[in-house]
Design a protein around this ligand. Structure first.
Ligand code: G4P
Length: 283
């Protein structure tokens, strides 16, 4: 479910996060591995200041493994702990608990030194809408524990999911609002379904996207749509070419660009173009 982010929503989401952050020992920040920069809200640095943090690169099944490796190195260089997951299938989930234990080794010693033996370590998952928070919580919990969907401002009793000896996960994820500081970020979020594509004109979005793919992954376009990414052509022309190859005809000689725009975005979403990442570190 997508929601529009009005200031009231952001204030409520921020307040809820602040309240819950006070209860946890670590914050697990979930990002879309295809767009780790755009799927991150830098306000987390302020909100979670002082808390140990784990970065979860999710949707690695859809991301380019080479580029995921670069992101892993990038975040590790910043001193952040990393886990790579495909929360949908559950791949990588088993790395989650050991990574949290490594991250909180000092905290555990601290609790022991204070005589608080057996005090559970408490964690919270945070991330922008649709990034996979509920799916990840369900997989970590091993059952349908989290309620899918985003309802900022809806308060209910806090529930802890006991995930391992001495490790508890807050069942309600913290919802970060997507941060649009440029049109490019807005496009990345729309392409990956973090925000409604309708926020931008869908055909323009797909035209810009196909141009981006021509530069990043021309082979994927050749293989999937049998088109030759030609630097002389604009995005609409490339979409038209693909529509032609698919036989998406509106009338004699006129091709259905709108249908092709939807097809391209859906097929990317489903991973049918291959594992394609849209952002590299420092690029
Ligand atoms: P949220 O709580 O952060 O809002 O996200 P949620 O878990 O509801 O996940 C949003 C969608 O993303 C879900 O798809 C979920 O299955 C999918 N998803 C989550 N993690 C992964 C992953 O690692 N890989 C892939 N490929 N998908 C993932 P959905 O709502 O069922 O629809 P659809 O997106 O599958 O069409």
């Amino acid at each position: 479910m997508n929601i529009q982010w009005f200031p009231g929503h952001m204030t409520r989401a921020r307040r809820m996060m602040e309240e819950n952050l006070g209860l946890v020992d670590a914050v697990c920040e979930i990002l879309d591995a295809r767009i780790p920069r755009s799927s991150r809200n830098p306000e987390i640095d302020v909100l979670a200041a002082g808390k140990p943090r784990l970065v979860i690169l999710n949707r690695v099944d859809l991301a380019d493994p080479e580029i995921t490796r670069l992101w892993r190195r990038h975040f590790e260089e910043q001193g952040l702990a990393i886990v790579e997951t495909d929360a949908k299938s559950g791949k990588g989930i088993r790395d989650f608990v050991p990574a949290v234990r490594r991250l909180l080794a000092d905290k555990m010693k601290e609790y022991e030194a204070k005589g608080q033996v057996g005090r559970p370590l408490r964690l919270m998952i945070v991330g922008i809408p649709n990034v996979g928070k509920s799916t990840l919580i369900n997989k970590v919990a091993g059952r349908k524990a989290a309620i899918a969907g985003d309802k900022p401002g809806v308060t209910r009793g806090r529930q802890w999911i006991h995930i391992d000896a001495g490790l508890d996960l807050l069942d309600t994820p913290g919802i970060l609002w997507p941060k649009f500081d440029s049109q490019e970020v807005g496009e990345m979020l729309a392409i990956t379904n973090a925000i409604k594509a309708e926020v931008l004109d869908k055909e323009t979005l797909a035209a810009n996207f196909i141009l981006r793919l021509s530069a990043l992954y021309p082979q994927a376009l050749r293989e999937r749509y049998h088109i030759e990414p030609d630097p002389e052509k604009n995005g609409f022309e490339l979409l038209e070419e693909a529509a032609k190859k698919r036989g998406f005809l509106v009338s004699r000689g006129e091709y259905d660009i709108e249908r092709m725009a939807n097809t391209l975005l859906n097929e990317y979403h489903e991973g049918k173009l291959g594992r394609l990442s849209l952002e590299k570190p420092d690029a």
